[in-house]
Write a protein that binds this ligand. Structure first.
Ligand SMILES: [Zn+2]
Ligand SMILES: [Zn+2]
Length: 225
């Protein structure tokens, strides 16, 4: 910091030769407020060191990009729900069909019951009748345990229930060509101007723009709040 004769930006104290200009923010402070300003900067440095330590521990914990993993988990859960719902719907349809089929079979079964009762009482039957009843009863047994061949499971290969997912690397070249610029003092950039950050003391509106022009395609800007 260098000494000058202008007033302190905080208390407006105009004592000659007792103000100091900060070479970083170019503001002028009295001795008291120079100390406060240095403490403020030192506090900010400590916060950055603390954040740096946090990130260092994150490296060691092998924590993955949680946003992407959250998205995969969501896709996984939604897909399982869709499959379970579809399976549930088809089971209900089969149960309804099975009930209907049982009702229809019961009528035919009652007819055979009458024929058998008649045969037992009146002894009016031939070998052909015995064969026919044997076959019909086998058919009923089959229909009651295994559903009739009138219903089969159909898989539609043209319709996909679940959309496939995969990872896609962003076009590095277009990222490198793009740089951010801003006319707002609050906006600070990384060395490559790929990251812009609002560093103002207040929540002043500030604007950034890219230097490239886009007519088509998909382009992403990541925003952290
Ligand atoms: Zn300063
Ligand atoms: Zn002051």
């Amino acid at each position: 910091m260098s000494s000058s004769t202008t007033s302190c930006v905080v208390c407006e104290n105009k004592t000659i030769n007792s103000t100091f200009k900060c070479e970083g923010c170019l503001l002028t402070f009295c001795l008291k407020h120079t100390n406060e300003h240095q403490q403020y900067l030192s506090h900010q440095l400590n916060e950055i060191i603390h954040e740096h330590e946090n990130i260092f521990y994150t490296f060691n914990e092998h924590k993955q990009s949680s946003l992407l993993f959250d998205q995969i988990n969501e896709w996984e859960n939604d897909s399982i729900k869709k499959i379970q719902q579809t399976a549930h719907n088809v089971r209900i349809q089969i149960e309804q069909f099975s009930e209907l089929q049982k009702e229809q079979s019961k009528e035919k079964f009652n007819q055979i019951s009458k024929q058998l009762e008649n045969a037992r009482q009146n002894h009016e039957y031939l070998e052909q009748d015995l064969f026919r009843w044997k076959i019909l009863l086998k058919q009923f047994k089959y229909d009651l345990t295994i559903l009739s061949p009138s219903i089969i499971l159909h898989q539609d290969h043209n319709k996909t229930l679940i959309n496939n997912i995969s990872i896609m690397k962003m076009d590095q070249q277009s990222t490198l060509n793009e740089t951010f610029i801003s006319f707002s003092d609050e906006i600070k950039f990384d060395d490559n101007h790929h990251i812009a950050m609002h560093c103002g003391p207040y929540r002043n509106p500030a604007y950034i723009t890219g230097t490239q022009e886009y007519l088509s395609g998909q382009h992403q800007i990541r925003l952290f709040i």
